[in-house]
Write a protein that binds this ligand. Sequence first.
Ligand code: MG
Length: 395
Amino acid sequence: MSESAPSPAPAVVAVLLAGGVGARAGYDQPKQLALLGGKPVLRWSLDAFAAHGGLSGGVLVGNDDVMAAVGMLPEGWISAAPGDERQQSVANALAALAGFPDDAAVLVHDAARPGVNAAVIDRLLAALADGAEAAIPTLPVPDTLVAQADGVAGDVVDRGALARVQTPQAFRLGTLRRAHAAADGAAATDDAQLVRRIGVPVAAVAGDARLHKLTYADDMAILSGLLETGRMMQNAVGMGYDVHRLVADKPLWIGGIEIAHSHGLEGHSDADVALHALTDAILGALGDGDIGDHFPPSDPQWRGAASHRFLSFAATRVAARGGRIAHVDLTIIAEAPKIGPHRQAIRERIADILAVSPLRVSVKATTTERLGFTGRREGIAAQAVATLSLPDDRA
Ligand code: MG
């Protein structure tokens, strides 16, 4: 480079870590591949980095399943194999970036935080442009914090002295290389800690609520709400129907509550006919089979199971698809006991299980004028209709 030529801006690249197995999220696949708003969780970050004009590319660290789910990488992106630990995955990415100069900027990001966006990327890069060698997004701690042991709350911890650390974390590439070389196998949960160990200060910039980390299954619903911007949603309606036989001297569970009665419903689980119909209605709207597919009566683990587990499972499937429950309408068909006095309790219980407002839950009851098996008090039937709002990604 001649002395008179202006220096080109240093390259900016991303390292997207999609190597973790994500067992805690409770999904049957790695959490970074679960669908959020109709696309794999890791794709949200990849798209955000690819759309940012300041980046020239990056390294996606993931196994063959990850690469198969992503398909063709955006321009300027390459892949690297994951290590057994996060730190090794970053080291593999650094090896893949060997051709970049030390003054390049690198953004290291966990795919389990799909809400990365241009605003936070800009804040991090501005900190590097101002001279920082490392910058991380942090958020204040809004809750009171206490020490806790054996289920007993102890002393308050000063939350003003604490911050929550997010990713992406930005570094000058040479600094991150030195930090990883110096770590020599000593583990850290993020790269900023390794950089601090070699004596380099880490600047903190404002984090972003949308960088919420996907850890537990409930986080899918939170992230759906945080990230649902500009997606076309479409209603889907499903129906469910169920019948169980009434037998003497059994507890009677209907709509998630126990109702005092001479008879109860017979079945493999607690035989809650109303929750079964409702579960099938939601699964029907998802096109996701029925309750028997997911909880086979032949499986002894569901013997006597409380049916709210089936219903909350269905709600989790809705959230995983980036959808929400718009409304459910339930009709319980029974000659006895009288359901009317319990309608409000059932409504509130179902709303609680589905994590929606009771305004989105309707519970009705009818008899069949003493006609048929319900009229003869041989059994109780239930019908349900579920209306879901789902991302319009069905071809
Ligand atoms: Mg049933």
